[in-house]
Design a protein around this ligand. Structure first.
Ligand code: GDP
Length: 194
């Protein structure tokens, strides 16, 4: 998809605030600092529409971006931020669970995982959660430019093994620095919203 327009529509914390449209939605989830904002900005050809966070985990809202009047990206606040209180964490979990399990417009979740490291417990939980609810998932492994090409396979295997990755799911190596994986990511998203 060639993106010319992308605008934030609303930051929502509850279903009453979700936009009232039938447009398909693609949610984006990952731990803080995984490169989610950079991924969104790369896909929509912007430098900083989705803010790259200096304070990871700060945004505790679901941010809806309207893309080309064709779909919404829903930026799910990053998980795994140690400094939030337990109460906040529970609230955060409920908000996301509600959205992911009840939103009819949701077509797929892009689950971002850092290619450099083994998935965290939260990464694994997210993948298993999506599988349990039969929500289509596109795994995007970020920061591929930080790993030498010859080691990509090994890192990919580590991630897939830890997730119990299903081979029918999409796995995309991505870098917002080299733009590697951008076309593949758009293809997966476009297929999911068809
Ligand atoms: P978010 O918290 O998940 O939204 O992560 P950001 O997009 O803000 O990125 C976190 C940090 O990782 C920033 O310093 C980015 O510049 C850096 N980063 C994100 N994506 C990449 C990538 O593909 N390659 C490299 N080398 N750095 C990246």
């Amino acid at each position: 998809m060639k993106v010319h327009s992308a605008d934030i529509v609303i930051s929502a914390v509850a279903p009453a605030q979700y936009p009232e449209t039938d447009l398909p939605e693609i949610a984006l989830a990952g731990r803080s600092n995984v490169g989610k904002s950079s991924f969104i900005n790369t896909l929509i050809n912007r430098k900083n529409l989705a803010r790259t966070s200096s304070k990871p985990g700060k945004t505790q809202t679901l941010n809806f971006y309207l893309i080309e009047d064709a779909l919404h990206f829903v930026d799910v606040p990053g998980y795994g931020y140690a400094k939030v209180s337990k109460t906040e964490r529970v609230k955060w979990g409920k908000m996301i669970e509600t959205y992911l399990t009840q939103r009819e417009q949701l077509r797929a979740v892009v689950s971002l995982i850092d290619l450099r490291h083994a998935p965290t417990q939260e990464d694994i939980q997210m993948y298993q959660f999506l599988k349990y609810y039969e929500i289509p998932v596109i795994v995007v492994a970020t920061k591929a430019d930080k790993i030498p090409r010859g080691k990509w396979n090994k890192h990919e295997s580590v991630i897939k093994k830890a997730l119990h990755f299903e081979q029918t799911d999409q796995f995309i190596l991505f870098s917002s620095v080299t733009k590697q994986g951008k076309e593949e990511a758009w293809q997966a998203i476009e297929a999911a919203i068809k």
